[in-house]
Design a protein around this ligand. Structure first.
Ligand SMILES: Nc1nc2c(ncn2[C@@H]2O[C@H](COP(=O)(O)OP(=O)(O)O)[C@@H](O)[C@H]2O)c(=O)[nH]1
Ligand SMILES: [Mg+2]
Length: 277
C-alpha cells in the first residue's frame, strides 16, 4: 500500500469521524443518551488510537477456553512466550509479543498490557522493522468476570481480530451471537482460525470448515478468511503468519477497523432515530 493511499484512507476516515460527531451533536437531547454515549466513546477511542503509533498493527487472539489461543500465539511467534510468562495454565493477563520496540510503549500503555515481550525475528513473518504487536488474551467465556471484561475491552481496541475456534465449539452461539455477528462490519480486519484440526478425522476437516464458513456467511462475514490449523502439529501456522503479515504490511488496519466502527455506530444511530422504519 503506497503512502498516498494510506493518506487518502486516513483523510476519508477524518471526514467520516467528523460527520459522525456532527450527527451526534444534532441528536443530543433527541436520541437516547445511551446511543450517543456509545458514539462518543468511539470518537474518543478513534482519536486516542490515531494519536498513537501508526507504525504498529495490534493483532489480538480471541476465543473460548482451551481453543488454543496461547498455543497458537507461541507457534506463530516461534517461541514459548506464552508458557514462559504464564504462571497458570489459563491466560488471565494479556500478553504482548512485540516486533518493533520504537513507539510501542505508549500504545501498550493505552491498551493496558503490562506483560510485554520483545519477540525475536521470525523469517518471512516479522522483525524489528515490521511494527507488530501480537496479543494473547484471556478466554471470552472465562468464569472470571475480570477476564471477560478484559476481552470485551480488547475487542474494541485492537486493530485486527483473530478468532481461534476449535472443532468442538466452533458453532457455539456464544462466540457468534455475542462477538462475530455484531462485528460483521469488521470483516476486513477479522481472521478466523479453526484450530485443532488434528483432532478431526481427515475426511471431516473440509466439511467442518465449510460448515463454519456457512455460519459466518449468514452473519455477514462471508469475506472473512477461514484457516484450518493445528497449533500443536504446526499445520497451517504459516498460513496464519502470512494472513497476519499481509494485513500488517498494508498499514490499513487501523483505518479499516475504525471505519468499521463508524459504520456500525452510524447504523445504530439510524436505528435509534427510526430512520428507514
Ligand atoms: N490436539 C491439539 N491440541 C491443542 C491444539 N492447540 C492447543 N491444544 C491443546 O489445548 C489445550 C489448551 O490450549 P491453550 O493454548 O492453553 O488454550 P487457550 O485457553 O485458548 O489459551 C492445551 O492442552 C493445548 O496443548 C491443537 O492444535 N491440537
Ligand atoms: Mg490461553
Amino acid at each position: 500500500m503506497s503512502r498516498h493511499s494510506i493518506a487518502r484512507e486516513a483523510s476519508r476516515l477524518d471526514g467520516r469521524l467528523e460527520a459522525l460527531n456532527a450527527a451526534r451533536e444534532l441528536a443530543e437531547g433527541v436520541l437516547p443518551d445511551a446511543a450517543l454515549e456509545e458514539v462518543f466513546r468511539l470518537l474518543e477511542r478513534a482519536s486516542s488510537r490515531r494519536s498513537l503509533s501508526a507504525d504498529h498493527t495490534v493483532v489480538g487472539f480471541f476465543g473460548a477456553t482451551g481453543s488454543g489461543k496461547s498455543t497458537l500465539f507461541n507457534a506463530v511467534s516461534g517461541a514459548e512466550i506464552a508458557t514462559a510468562a504464564a504462571r497458570r495454565p489459563t491466560t488471565s493477563e494479556p500478553l504482548a509479543g512485540v516486533w518493533g520496540a520504537d513507539g510501542s510503549e505508549p500504545l501498550l500503555d493505552w491498551l493496558q498490557v503490562r506483560n510485554r515481550h520483545h519477540a525475536e525475528p521470525v523469517a518471512g513473518f516479522a522483525d524489528e522493522g515490521t511494527g507488530l504487536i501480537l496479543l494473547d488474551l484471556p478466554d471470552f467465556d472465562s468464569t472470571r468476570a475480570a477476564n471477560r471484561e478484559i476481552v470485551e475491552r480488547m475487542v474494541g481496541l485492537v486493530d485486527v481480530l483473530v478468532w481461534v475456534l476449535d472443532p468442538q465449539k466452533y458453532a457455539d452461539a456464544a462466540v457468534h451471537n455475542d462477538f462475530l455477528a455484531p462485528l460483521a462490519a469488521h470483516a476486513a480486519v477479522t481472521l478466523v482460525v479453526l484450530n485443532q484440526v488434528d483432532r478431526l478425522p481427515e475426511r471431516d476437516v473440509q466439511p467442518v470448515l465449510e460448515s463454519l464458513k456457512g455460519i459466518l456467511a449468514r452473519e455477514g462475514l462471508a469475506k472473512v478468511q477461514v484457516l484450518g490449523v493445528s497449533a500443536v502439529k504446526g499445520t497451517g501456522v504459516d498460513k496464519v503468519r502470512s494472513a497476519i503479515r499481509s494485513v500488517v504490511v498494508q498499514r490499513q488496519a487501523i483505518s479499516q477497523r475504525l471505519a468499521a466502527d463508524v459504520s456500525r455506530a452510524s447504523g445504530q444511530l439510524r436505528e435509534a432515530a427510526g430512520v428507514g422504519e
